[in-house]
Design a protein around this ligand. Structure first.
Ligand code: HEC
Length: 131
């Protein structure tokens, strides 16, 4: 069983790695999940700049809480690993929304990207590193 999980995960990582770069990904019709991921990148960049300027992040896009319900290109959303990690991102967003220790929860939100992408697709990790 352990072997099976390890092999499945490495196949998934490979599959996503090939379409990982933005140039390649743009050739495909973006899935619901891909589209939301792109919005998450844009919003996270803005949020980072807001914190760097010493300001408060006033709101969190409410649709990001539905991350786990988006349809993914390769059915990732139906997998237990994906469903297990999606709540980490939602928890971090709730922390940002409560407006205490926003830097801490912002960092936790980026850590959630990294955790999931370590399993699913390593392509966007370069983008995530800059957030
Ligand atoms: C629970 C798992 C999970 C979390 C959390 C997550 N991602 Fe993703 N991400 C995925 C999966 C799976 C895909 C592939 C989507 C598809 O192909 O349908 C993806 C795709 C992407 C893509 C490529 C989108 C495209 O153009 O096709 C980027 C960029 C990305 N994620 C960035 C992020 C960032 C930034 C965060 C955190 C703010 C994040 N991800 C959080 C699972 C996750």
């Amino acid at each position: 069983m352990k072997y099976f999980v390890a092999i499945t995960i490495s196949i998934l990582a490979l599959a996503c790695g090939q379409a990982g770069s933005n140039e390649q990904a743009d050739m495909y019709e973006a899935s619901e999940l891909s589209a939301m991921m792109r919005e998450m990148v844009v919003w996270s960049k803005e949020a980072k700049a807001t914190l760097a300027a010493g300001d408060t992040i006033e709101s969190v896009p409410q649709n990001f809480y539905d991350l786990a319900k988006q349809t993914a290109t390769r059915g990732e959303h139906e997998e237990a690993a994906f469903q297990g990690m999606a709540p980490l991102y939602a928890q971090a967003l709730r922390g940002i929304e409560r407006q205490d220790s926003q830097q801490y929860y912002y960092d936790a939100s980026i850590e959630a990207c990294r955790t999931c992408h370590a399993v699913y697709c390593s392509g966007p990790l370069d983008v995530i590193k800059q957030l």
